[in-house]
Design a protein around this ligand. Structure first.
Ligand code: UD1
Ligand code: MG
Length: 413
C-alpha cells in the first residue's frame, strides 16, 4: 500500500491516550525515525529448533551424495553471508525510506508513545535484493553442466524479481485491492512460460478434453502463485507475523526437501528438491535478518514488497520441485485465513482498509473484532492477549500444520 500517502495524508499520527500525552519537544522527538537494535542472537537461538533437525537429516540420517551435499553447503554459506549483509543494510535503507515518506504507524500501539513513531516501510526491498544477489552468485558454483535447470532457475529468479518490483510499486502507489490481487499472475509469467516439467496435479477429465492439459497446468500454477503471495499478505498486521510465517514455512520446505532427497532413488527428483533448497536457504537467511528487526516491538515494517516476494519464492519452488500439494498443506493456516476472509474479499460483507484487532492502550491487550481473519478468530477463541503472545500462538499453529504434514508423509513412506 502507499506508505507515502499513508505517511502524508491518510495515516496522520494516531492520537495518544490521555495518560501518555507528552511535551511538544518530546512529541517531536518521538516522531523522529528510531531504529531499535536488531535481535539476531535471540532469533538465531530460537531458529535452532529447526536448524538442528535439518542438519541432523543432512549429515547423519540420510546418505546424501557428497557432490549434492557440497552444493547445499556452498549455498548455505552464501546465504549466511546474505544474513549479515541484510542485517547491516536494513538500518541504512530505513533512513532512506523514511526520508521519502515511506513509513507507517503501528496500529496495534495506537494510544501509546510507540504508536506515534514513524516505522520505516517496505524493508522487503533489502531482503529481496540480497536474496537475488545470493541466488545469482550461486550459479557460479553450480548448474555448470545442466542447461535445462539453468533455464528454469533463471526463469524462477525473473519471476521473483518481477514480483519484488510489483510489490514495491504497490507499496509506493497504493494499488487498489482487487487489482493488486492479480499482480502475482503477471509476475509468474516468466516462470510459467519457461516451465518445461510435467504436472502432478489431478485434473478432471472433461476439463482436460476441453482446454488441454498444458493450458490447465499453467492456469493452476498461476493460481498457486496468486494464492501464495496474497495469502501471506493478508495473514498480517501483527509484529513479526509476516516474516515469522515465512520462516516457519521455509524451514518446513527445507526439511521436506531433504527427506525427499534422502528417500528418493530418482536423480531427477533429487535434483528438483535440491533446486528448491538452493532458493529457500537464501530466502530463510535473509528473512531471519528481517525478523530480527520486525519481531515485537517492530522497528521496521516489511511492506507488500516482502509479502509478495516471499510468497512468490515459495510458489516457484513448489512448482519446479513438483510438490505444490505438500506446499498447500504447509499453507494450512493461510488457507483457513483465506476462507475466513472470503466474504469480505468478495465484497459480500464490507471490508475495511485494515482488519486488525482492537488494541487497548491501558492493558496493552488485543481483542478480536468481527473481521474475518485468523488473527481475530484466534483472539475470540483463546481470549484477549498481547501482540507478542498472539504472534507466537499463530506461529505455533503454523508449526503444527507442518508437523501434521510430516506425520502424513511418514505414514505414506
Ligand atoms: C493487508 C490486510 C489488512 C491488514 C494489513 C496489515 C486484507 C484484505 N488486507 O492489507 O487487513 O491490516 O495487511 O499488514 O486482509 N501494520 C501494523 N503492524 C504490523 C504490520 C503492519 O500496524 O505489524 C500496519 C502499518 O500501519 C503498516 C500497514 O499495516 O504501515 C501495512 O499494511 P499493508 O501491508 O499495506 O496492507 P495490505 O497488504 O494492503
Ligand atoms: Mg501487506
Amino acid at each position: 500500500m502507499a506508505a507515502r500517502k499513508r505517511g502524508v495524508t491518510k495515516q496522520s499520527p494516531p492520537p495518544a491516550a490521555e495518560s501518555h500525552l507528552k511535551s511538544p519537544e518530546s512529541a517531536v522527538a518521538s516522531t523522529e525515525p528510531k531504529i531499535t537494535p536488531a535481535k539476531p542472537t535471540k532469533i538465531l537461538f530460537f531458529s535452532l529448533i529447526f536448524f538442528l533437525p535439518y542438519f541432523y537429516l543432512i549429515f547423519y540420517h540420510y546418505r546424501i551424495e557428497t557432490e549434492l551435499k557440497r552444493s547445499i553447503l556452498i549455498n548455505a554459506s552464501l546465504s549466511f553471508a546474505g544474513f549479515f549483509v541484510t542485517l547491516m543494510m536494513i538500518p541504512v535503507a530505513s533512513r532512506y525510506v523514511i526520508r521519502r515518506n515511506l513509513f507507517g504507524y503501528d496500529i496495534n500501539k495506537k494510544g501509546t508513545p510507540q504508536g506515534l513513531i514513524k516505522v520505516p516501510e517496505s524493508l522487503g526491498i533489502v531482503v529481496g535484493t540480497v536474496f537475488l544477489v545470493v541466488a545469482i552468485l550461486f550459479q557460479y558454483f553450480n548448474f555448470t553442466s545442466d542447461s535445462n535447470w539453468l533455464v528454469e532457475y533463471n526463469a524462477a529468479l525473473a519471476s521473483v524479481c518481477f514480483m519484488i518490483l510489483l510489490g514495491f510499486v504497490d507499496d509506493v502507489l497504493d494499488i487498489p485491492w482487487r487489482v493488486k490481487l492479480l499482480l502475482p499472475s503477471i509476475a509468474a509469467l516468466p516462470l510459467l512460460m519457461a516451465y518445461a516439467g510435467h504436472t502432478t496435479i489431478m485434473i478432471p477429465k472433461p476439463l482436460v478434453e476441453y482446454v488441454g492439459t498444458e493450458i490447465l497446468d499453467l492456469a493452476l500454477y498461476g493460481l498457486l502463485a496468486v494464492f501464495c503471495t496474497n495469502s501471506i499478505n493478508i495473514h498480517a498486521g501483527i509484529n513479526g507475523l509476516e516474516v515469522g510465517q515465512t520462516v516457519v514455512i521455509a524451514f518446513a520446505i527445507l526439511i521436506h526437501n531433504i527427506m525427499q532427497i534422502g528417500v528418493s532413488p530418482n536423480p531427477e527428483t533429487k535434483q528438483a528438491h535440491a533446486f528448491s533448497i538452493y532458493l529457500v536457504q537464501p530466502l530463510l537467511a535473509t528473512s531471519l535478518a528481517l525478523l530480527s528487526y520486525n519481531w515485537y516491538p517492530s522497528s521496521v515494517f516489511v511492506g507488500d514488497t516482502y509479502t509478495y516476494f516471499a510468497g512468490m519464492t515459495m510458489a516457484v519452488v513448489g512448482i519446479l520441485g513438483h510438490y505444490s500439494e505438500t506446499l498447500l498443506i504447509f499453507f494450512l493456516p493461510q488457507i483457513i485465513n483465506f476462507l475466513l476472509s472470503l466474504p469480505q474479499l468478495a465484497g459480500i460483507i464490507p471490508c475495511p482498509r485494515h482488519r486488525l484487532p482492537r488494541f487497548d492502550p491501558q492493558t496493552g491487550l488485543l481483542t478480536g473484532t468481527k473481521d474475518g481473519t485468523l488473527v481475530n478468530v484466534s483472539l475470540r477463541i483463546f481470549g484477549r492477549r498481547s501482540e507478542k503472545s498472539l504472534c507466537i500462538l499463530l506461529l505455533v499453529l503454523q508449526v503444527r500444520s507442518f508437523a501434521f504434514c510430516i506425520f502424513i508423509r511418514m505414514l505414506k513412506l
